[in-house]
Ligand binder design. Structure first.
Ligand code: ATP
Length: 240
């Protein structure tokens, strides 16, 4: 059974339809990369799964249960954690307090302050520093670490490489690789196709709110994804 199933999801802002008829399944341990140009609807889709934006139609099924009517905090309690674009840390609070606050809503599981710091060793010397004083890469690490403190079964990551130096991106992805290898299920919104394809087991390319291309990573050629990204050759599918 899939850990996450999205069926015919629709969402928008007033008259604007940002997500149209999106369906997919994500099994335990999978890494689903959501790619697509600016405004394609990736963030809105992620927010609907997290429960911070209301879908106008369709279903979000998590571990076999329809969670469409549950608000975001209940979804965190079920094991869905989101790292939003721009990180949204409590910048005046210390890194440690940012992490401990998240633990207040934690499920039982392997993640605690100690194990999170093992996964993100770069945060160890920064624990007492105000989060706002950290570098972009350290702040991103803190945001992912904060999500882990809730002991998620599903991690939703929105543009974790945005605005970071290449070295910081390398470091964040290195930590992410550790989480993936440990079996964490991830839905990742990423503008950097190379980064996304390096970690994905499944890829969905969105265009103007719709799924333009969808498939297992190994079945998709980069060129077909690029074409779908830019709305070229919409019929192109798969490696053929
Ligand atoms: P980006 O990479 O730029 O974040 P995205 O693929 O994540 O793009 P969304 O942010 O989901 O796309 O945006 C989808 C559409 O919804 C776009 O047309 C965008 O302008 C619009 N949109 C997003 N947020 C809002 C909002 N708060 N109010 C009105 N329209 C919005």
């Amino acid at each position: 059974m899939s850990l996450l199933r999205v069926d015919g999801l629709e969402a928008g802002y007033g008259l604007l339809k940002a997500v149209r008829a999106v369906s997919f399944e994500c099994a335990q341990g999978e890494v689903l990369a959501l790619v697509g140009a600016n405004g394609a609807g990736k963030t809105t889709l992620l927010r609907c799964i997290a429960g911070v934006h209301a879908a106008s139609a369709g279903r979000v099924v998590f571990d076999g249960a329809d969670i469409g009517s549950l608000r975001a905090p209940r979804r965190v309690g079920l094991g869905i954690a989101m790292v939003p674009e721009g990180r949204r840390l409590f910048t005046a609070m210390s890194v440690e307090d940012n992490l401990r606050v998240a633990a207040l809503r934690a499920r039982k599981g392997p993640w605690n302050l100690e194990s999170v710091l093992e996964a993100f060793p770069q945060l160890k010397p920064k624990l007492k520093a105000a989060a706002g004083t950290l570098s972009g890469g350290q702040q991103q690490a803190t945001a992912i670490a904060r999500a882990l403190m809730t002991n998620p079964r599903l991690l939703l990551l929105d543009e974790i490489s945005l605005g970071l130096s290449p070295i910081a991106v390398d470091q964040v992805y290195e930590s992410l690789r550790g989480l993936i290898d440990a079996g964490t299920t991830v839905v990742l919104v990423e503008q950097d196709l190379t980064r996304a394809l390096a970690v994905a087991t499944q890829v969905i390319c969105m265009l103007e709110g719709r799924v333009a291309l969808q498939g297992r990573r190994e079945e998709l050629q980069r060129q077909a994804i690029m074409d779908a990204y830019f709305g070229l050759g919409r019929e192109a599918r798969g490696a053929a």
